[in-house]
Ligand binder design. Structure first.
Ligand code: AMP
Ligand code: ZN
Ligand code: ZN
Length: 441
């Protein structure tokens, strides 16, 4: 966990107290709207909309805890992958942006939640809204830009990248990130957008919930609080689907894809290595620390830093140009000169934050090797575009953009995924009536 995580938690606590500015009973508002629309169903555009829901930090096995009746129902009438393997590093921003671009972080440029651009010396941090909105950090073509290129409208209730005019394009509708916005208000916003008249209705909608990540960090993946968070987001999805159904967007008229960006591993202070015991903080510029350790050495110290990193227990560290090929984590100078990953459940952190707030290192964390099953997330897809009742093998999240484009009827931009990797999600093409008559296969 890093400084941004703890300030985010502080914000969240304040946010809960200040939540009075949101409608007190958004579900009542949803129900009322459902009743109104039942009376006067709106005409629909021909294309079934695609709703993509991200459940931050939702580990693959949370679906097997008996807490998610709505997600289970969705999987039963659609497709569930055994797991969704995140890109490296297993952090929120790189993975959300891989999900919507099909690019490895080394190709889309969001190489961590915290980054420094060596050309300008500028820093990117996820709680720095000016940096987050600066298009220069964001490469590739996100799904909403793919949609715009083809005249398709889009809308986002939060998604990393959605606030920046990437290639001059933002989603048709988007909101500035506000972690305090209650989940029910987020789903109400989605319903409002999907209720727009056909010429204004977005056909690609993205929705983000952080609750499972927040509970996973604070209490750990095996805590009752995490279980409550899982139940809560499942209920929210159930409510959303029910209301959309009553608005004429039932199972046959709506494609839904639920994903997560990474999983969560239990951590505690008995498995912490203090960085300062091995490395003089004066000779490095630390970029990230915890499960993931990234840093640049001061000029002339590269070899001594390499030796010191090699001595740190429970850590595998590499020079950027020698990171494992399967990480695809080399190709951009924004990646610091040294990249280390702690063994599952371990953390490598500087002494100062550990002393100041040891509780910040207890609970759950992510950022470990993406081959570690604890880092794997979920992918559930259902609707008219998808097969029914299928379970498919684990796949890399770099392929999800191809899946989303196919479900939305969009031509994908160039990307690192492949359409073959997501073929199992779709019904095998039926021979057309003409070819059937002619006996052509
Ligand atoms: P982390 O667990 O540190 O990888 O990041 C998760 C946190 O990222 C969430 O709890 C949010 O506070 C934050 N976050 C998620 N989406 C956004 C966004 N679009 N803009 C700013 N912060 C975000
Ligand atoms: Zn995340
Ligand atoms: Zn997190």
């Amino acid at each position: 966990m890093n400084a941004s995580t703890s300030s985010r938690r502080a914000l969240l606590t304040v946010g809960l107290l200040a939540a009075g500015s949101w409608p007190a009973t958004p579900h009542a508002a949803l129900a009322q709207r459902a009743a109104d629309v039942r009376r006067a169903p709106a005409p629909r555009s021909a294309r079934p909309p695609l709703v993509i829901i991200s459940l931050d930090g939702f580990r693959w096995d949370y679906l097997d805890r008996g807490l998610t009746p709505n997600l289970s129902r969705l999987a039963a009438r659609g497709v569930r992958a055994r797991a969704l393997v995140p890109a490296f590093p297993t952090k929120t921003f790189p993975n959300h942006y891989t999900l919507v671009t099909g690019l490895q972080p080394e190709h889309h440029g969001i190489v961590d939640n915290v980054m420094r651009d060596p050309a300008t010396g500028a820093w990117f941090r996820i709680n720095d809204s000016a940096a987050v909105r600066d298009a220069r950090w964001w490469g590739g073509e996100p799904l909403w830009a793919t949609a715009a290129r083809q005249g398709v409208l889009s809308a986002t209730v939060f998604w990393p990248g959605s606030e920046a005019p990437i290639g001059g394009v933002r989603p048709t509708q988007w909101l500035p990130y506000d972690g305090r916005m209650p989940n029910s208000a987020r789903t109400t916003q989605v319903v409002d957008w999907l209720d727009l008249p056909p010429d204004a209705r977005p056909d690609v909608v993205l929705l983000y919930f952080s609750l499972t990540d927040d509970a996973g960090h604070r209490f750990g993946p095996d805590s009752p609080q995490l279980d409550s968070a899982v139940s809560s987001v499942d209920a929210e999805i159930g409510e959303l689907l029910e209301v959309l159904d009553s608005h004429g967007l039932g199972a046959a008229r709506l494609n839904v894809v639920v994903v997560s960006d990474h999983g969560m591993a239990a951590v505690d202070t008995s498995r912490v290595v203090v960085l300062d015991d091995y490395l003089d903080p004066q000779v490095v510029r630390l970029v990230d620390a915890g499960p993931l350790l990234t840093l640049d050495p001061a000029s002339g110290f590269a070899d001594s830093v390499a030796r010191a990193l090699g001595r740190i227990p429970h850590l595998s560290a590499f020079r950027r140009e020698e990171t494992p090929a399967r990480w695809h984590y080399r190709d951009i100078p924004r990646i610091p000169a040294f990249v280390g990953v702690a063994e599952g459940g371990w953390q490598v952190v500087p002494r100062a934050p550990l002393r100041q707030r040891p509780q910040g290192f207890i609970g759950g964390s992510h950022g470990f090797d993406n081959a570690d099953a604890a880092m794997h997330g979920i992918l559930v897809a259902a609707g008219p575009a998808f097969r029914r009742g299928a379970v498919v093998e684990a796949l890399g999240n770099v392929h999800v953009y191809e899946l989303l484009c196919r479900a939305a009827g969009l031509r994908p931009g160039p990307n690192d995924g492949s359409p073959d990797s997501v073929r199992a999600f779709f019904p095998s093409r039926q021979p057309s009536a003409v070819s059937r008559r002619r006996g052509v296969r």
